[in-house]
Design a protein around this ligand. Structure first.
Ligand code: SF4
Ligand SMILES: [Zn+2]
Length: 142
């Protein structure tokens, strides 16, 4: 079961089955202590981090680095999908996939926050020219 962990040196928060061996923020080894979700939320809300559409573009580019997929080169498609993703965040609270409908079961809806785990999509899996359901991420040619 996933739990919350806090680095006792730099207050880095981690959510997962176990804490990282080395804190990715301060580099200290074996620095995490388990905390309540309340403590994790409070520590995490200390600094409001502005995150614009441009930041998201940069984030998804970075996310593809070293991965078997890349962001599509179709600029119009990117614009359209990102507009949908940000509309969903404004209207429904999270960056839900622009091609699918949230079902209002939060645990289920988390599966369609962009980027989702599209590696398992029929449109991607095992296909040489596979892509995520909406075509935002495309498998790199070998
Ligand atoms: S299908 Fe593509 S656009 Fe939709 S959430 Fe997944 S990664 Fe994002
Ligand atoms: Zn740390």
């Amino acid at each position: 079961m996933k739990r919350y962990w806090r680095c006792f040196v730099c207050n880095d928060i981690h959510y997962g089955v176990k804490p990282p061996e080395i804190c990715p923020t301060c580099g200290v080894r074996h620095a995490y202590v388990e905390v309540t979700s309340e403590e994790a939320r409070k520590v995490g809300s200390l600094t409001e981090v502005e995150f614009t559409e441009a930041d998201f573009r940069t984030a998804i580019e970075r996310f593809t680095e070293g991965n078997e997929f890349r962001v599509t080169n179709d600029k119009e498609r990117i614009d359209m999908l990102l507009a949908g993703i940000f509309n969903n965040e404004r209207n429904h609270g999270l960056k839900y996939c622009p091609c699918r409908l949230a079902c209002r079961d939060f645990a289920e809806d988390l599966k369609i926050v962009c980027p989702c785990n599209f590696l398992v999509h029929e449109t991607y899996k095992g296909k040489e020219d596979g892509e995520c359901w909406c075509g935002l991420f495309i498998r790199r040619k070998k």
